[in-house]
Design a protein around this ligand. Structure first.
Ligand SMILES: Cc1cc2nc3c(=O)[nH]c(=O)nc-3n(C[C@H](O)[C@H](O)[C@H](O)COP(=O)(O)OP(=O)(O)OC[C@H]3O[C@@H](n4cnc5c(N)ncnc54)[C@H](O)[C@@H]3O)c2cc1C
Length: 455
């Protein structure tokens, strides 16, 4: 596709990388090392003008446009076979307005970069709990993190976005301007254009927050999950919690190499009140290690970084759950007992709170009332992928009977069109198709969890 690269070069300020260039393999790579796709042209953009140019050339040459924020999609959607890869990862500016409590950020910013800037003012927007993940993909898919129950999803805190559409217009979308497009951006997974700027509402958080983890041996899983479930059903919204079932490293109180339960906690509020709130969880029978204390919010946002860097193959499935009864917990315990490797894990996030207070039709994100989100992830650096993939599939299939109906866009693999419909529910999916017809009828932006235009 040398022609497209030649056309792109006229007026493009960033770097253009094509197959055969020395940096091509590095430039096409994404966080999930199992993903091996070869874009036709990589357009490393320096700003909106470059994005406009790349979109125009992709359209003109009939190339699908793949868009990369920070390239941390589980499904590897930050790169695309035969595509014009619009790489925004070099755009990393953040401007905080402490008086208005807003932050405007470019699309290559990671949560580590965003939190660093906003925490200088004791402010934060709810983000993903992994510092290398991009704000762009996270926001466009929803965004579930340590402040979710207190302040909602990342997309609930988006107040404005600049978008380059498939036809090459730059629109500013907000509740007041192009409101349908704005709603589609909030969970619609990048289907409607290239977002070149995100403006967020910020909240007073930190710089220190009460947070930490409680560790219990795997044999306590059933009683622990039931107790956390009951506790979170009446917990104040300021508390967000998630359990992880895996084989944690470096916890000397746990038998090495065996499955264990980690309850991660984050309290958004005064630490003394938070200590009272979380006391019953800390007193659960079987807790062998307790790291709950006040610490910098930025540090807590990096808690999941260890062991989750790039360079490994990853396969995952997610499901919103409506039921977590004895049968569901027994089923979960069986899956955890069969973990295929030290890096495989299951996460169970407790939702509700501010997430559930947003109207079902307010944005593309769908499962507002689901109380739990389950995700199973297999990871390998050496050895075959197959045992990891097979275990994730078994785990997901076993837990499906307890589903609210669908998957979480940000934690999906490449699971087929039916599954994308399930991620939104049929009625909302059909409304999103109408929006796609309006903003991207030719499906230029299809390297994503694709909402297919009707034509
Ligand atoms: C270890 C790990 C843990 C995670 N934990 C969580 C979690 O707890 N909660 C949670 O909510 N998520 C979590 N995520 C998921 C993460 O939020 C998503 O993978 C997110 O998509 C990453 O954003 P990115 O910009 O790096 O993605 P990319 O791979 O760059 O892009 C992802 C998708 O968004 C589209 N896109 C990206 N930028 C733009 C743009 N500017 N305009 C239009 N479309 C765009 C892409 O085309 C692609 O389809 C986790 C991810 C990892 C790797």
């Amino acid at each position: 596709m040398a022609d497209a690269a030649v056309t792109l070069a006229e007026g493009f300020r960033g770097r253009i990388v094509v197959p055969g260039d020395a940096e091509y393999d590095r430039a096409r790579g994404v966080w999930n090392a199992a993903v091996d796709r070869r874009p036709a042209v990589i357009a490393q953009c320096t700003g909106v003008a470059d994005v406009l140019q790349a979109v125009a050339v992709a359209r003109e040459h009939g190339l699908p446009a793949a868009v990369r924020g920070a390239g941390h999609s589980l499904a590897g959607l930050g790169t695309g076979e035969g595509a014009m890869l619009i790489d925004l990862s070099g755009l990393t500016g953040v401007r905080v307005d402490p008086e208005r409590r807003t932050a405007r950020a470019q699309p290559g910013v990671t949560w580590g970069g965003f939190d660093h800037e906003t925490q200088a003012f004791g402010l934060a927007a709810p983000g993903a709990p992994y510092s290398a993940a991009g704000i762009a993909g996270t926001t466009l898919g929803g965004g579930i993190g340590w402040l979710a129950r207190a302040y909602g999803l990342t997309c609930d805190n988006l107040v404005e976005a600049d978008v380059v559409t498939a036809e090459g217009r730059l629109l500013t979308a907000s509740a007041a301007s192009h409101p349908e497009l704005f709603a589609g951006l909030r969970g619609g997974g990048g289907n409607f254009g290239v977002v070149t700027s995100f403006t967020y509402r910020l909240h007073r958080v930190g710089p220190h927050v009460l947070c930490g983890a409680l560790y219990l041996p795997g044999e306590a899983l059933a009683e622990t999950v039931a107790a956390v479930r009951d506790f979170m059903a009446q917990a104040p919204d300021g508390l967000t919690a998630a359990c992880e079932f895996g084989r944690p490293r470096g916890v000397s109180e746990l038998p090495a190499g065996e499955a264990a339960v980690r309850i991660g906690l984050c309290w958004a509020g005064r630490a003394d009140r938070g200590r009272e709130v979380v006391a019953p969880l800390r007193a659960l029978p079987g807790v062998v290690a307790d790291t709950v204390q006040t610490r910098p919010y930025t540090l807590w946002q990096q808690m999941l970084d260890t062991g989750r860097g790039p360079g490994a193959g990853v396969f995952g499935r997610s499901e919103f759950l409506s039921v977590l009864d004895g049968a569901a917990i027994d089923c979960l315990a069986e899956q955890v007992a069969a973990l295929p490797s030290p890096d495989a894990h299951v996460q169970l996030a407790f939702l509700g709170g501010a997430v559930a207070r947003v109207g079902a039709e307010d944005g593309a994100y769908t499962y507002r009332q689901a109380p739990y989100l389950l995700s199973a992830v297999g990871r390998w650096t050496t050895g075959p992928a197959e045992p990891q993939v097979a275990w994730v599939r078994r785990c997901w299939e076993a837990m499906r009977p307890f589903s609210s109906g669908g998957a979480y866009v940000n934690l999906m693999g490449l699971e087929g069109q039916g599954r994308v419909v399930e991620a939104y529910g049929l009625a909302k999916y059909e409304r999103l198709v109408a929006l796609k017809d309006r903003y991207d009828p030719g499906n230029l932006f299809r390297v994503n969890q694709n909402i297919r235009p009707s034509g």
